[in-house]
Ligand binder design. Structure first.
Ligand SMILES: [Zn+2]
Length: 280
């Protein structure tokens, strides 16, 4: 059995603060250790379930958050920025199942801890074929094009609710319950990691609970940005439309172009957003 584990940070046990998500921020280094420990709980359960190979991808921001020196030595780790497939780098049809650890709810979700879609400030909303999409749907749809189902989503309660809404009855494990975007009742990480281990073990023992979330081709990705400047900059790319002053749209039958373009748009948006911050 070959298992793919994509690890984001906002849904990691014990973390609630944007500062903890950002290199240089207060608590970030400790956050990286907690992120690695959450990932390790899933990796350990995967090997105990008989996995032959586990690939872990660092899916948050710079992609340099998981501690290579602390990650379970039996897995391999994809790390670093600008990975072409971002949160799904390394995934291919040879994998049996994908596990999403440390995931969060999409932008605008009530009680979603650090809720956002792809970028915290620059993106208001993402739609995939007309359906509002968070990272869970965007990544599950990509995995489905490769024939890989999702077996587990770990994160805050809102992320787990979203996972079941998007995927149906799939394995989930909630490690905190948000009262707001930045505040949550957290399960102490040591216990949360035992819950992740147990949930992973249950999910891997029950192939019937794995969910393939197909979105029919052609795929249309629409992003509503926080500013017209970002949208106009992203619309310079050939094939990208600007149906509204703040919305860019792209259609393709190749889902790798959806993931790739979203990554490139985010790079542009980050740069334009920085200019906006300086000139207000
Ligand atoms: Zn993240």
């Amino acid at each position: 059995m070959k298992i793919f584990v994509s690890v984001d940070m906002e849904g990691v046990s014990g973390l609630t603060d944007p500062e903890e998500m950002r290199a240089g921020g207060r608590g970030y280094e400790r956050g990286c250790e907690l992120m690695t420990a959450d990932a390790n709980a899933a990796v350990r359960a995967a090997f105990d379930a008989g996995a032959d190979e586990v690939l872990v991808t660092d899916s948050h921001g710079s992609g340099k958050n998981l501690r290579a020196d602390l990650i379970d030595e039996r897995c391999t780790l994809f790390r670093g920025p600008y990975k072409p497939m971002r949160m799904a780098e390394g995934l291919d049809p040879s994998f049996d199942v994908a596990l999403y650890i440390g995931y969060h709810a999409r932008a605008g979700t009530a009680h979603g801890v650090l809720n956002h879609t792809w970028m915290g400030n620059e993106i208001r909303d993402v739609h995939l074929n007309g359906e509002v999409a968070g990272e869970i749907l965007l990544m599950a749809a990509y995995a489905a094009t490769l024939g890989v189902p999702v077996g587990l989503v770990a994160g805050d309660q809102a992320a787990c609710d979203e996972a079941r809404e998007v995927l149906g009855e799939v394995g989930t494990v909630a490690v905190k319950r948000g009262s707001d975007r930045y505040a949550a009742e957290v399960i102490p990480p040591a216990r949360a990691q035992r819950l992740i281990y147990d949930a992973t073990a249950r999910a891997l023992a029950d192939r019937g609970s794995w969910r393939l979330r197909e979105v029919g081709a052609p795929y249309t990705l629409a992003v509503e940005w926080s500013s017209t400047a970002i949208a106009q900059s992203c619309a310079v790319i050939p094939g990208v439309k600007l149906p509204e002053p703040r919305t860019t749209e792209f259609t393709t039958s190749d889902y790798t172009e959806i993931v790739g373009l979203l990554g490139v748009w985010a790079t542009i948006a980050g740069d334009v957003g920085c200019t906006g911050r300086h000139y207000g």
